[in-house]
Design a protein around this ligand. Structure first.
Ligand SMILES: [Zn+2]
Length: 147
């Protein structure tokens, strides 16, 4: 964390612009892969189907809609240290997408935290997540209530 950029700065040793480029389809458009042999879908992308071992995989774009399975409220003071003070508390969730895979994400823009219960419908939206090592913003999906 720097005083100039109070948000979390990614570690350049594990975060590269090449990696961001490779993964931006998954983070921005929620793209995974679909097996052409058994039709199973995966997120994040896979090059080999774990179910039938086929290499015949293609890019699959998820609808971005799903159902909340579970969540926890993150009130840990460390999130303020990492620059997310204005977002406290944060609601980290597991969401079962309509197409099948279960993914992790943060639920944002809750008018009332009591609305967050397992079974509620959610949809993805693109938001700022953190700053990259070169100080540019890194974007990715988060969840909002699907009304
Ligand atoms: Zn398969």
């Amino acid at each position: 964390m720097s005083t100039q950029y109070p948000e979390q700065i990614s570690n350049p040793a594990i975060e590269s612009s090449l990696r961001q480029w490779r993964e931006h389809g998954g983070l921005h458009r929620l793209e995974g892969t679909k097996c052409s042999e058994c039709n199973e879908v995966y997120y994040p992308r896979r090059s080999v189907c774990p179910k039938c071992h086929s290499l015949n995989m293609s890019v699959f774009r998820f609808s971005g809609k799903g159902t909340l399975l579970n969540f926890f409220t993150n009130n840990i003071p460390m999130i303020a240290v990492f620059g997310f003070r204005e977002h406290s508390p944060r609601f980290m969730s597991t969401v079962k997408l309509d197409e099948g895979p279960v993914i992790l994400g943060e639920v944002i823009e809750l008018s009332n935290p009591e609305l967050l219960k397992p079974g509620v419908r959610l949809k993805t939206t693109i938001r700022k997540q953190s700053r990259s090592a070169n100080t540019s913003w890194k974007y990715g999906y988060k969840f909002v209530l699907d009304k």
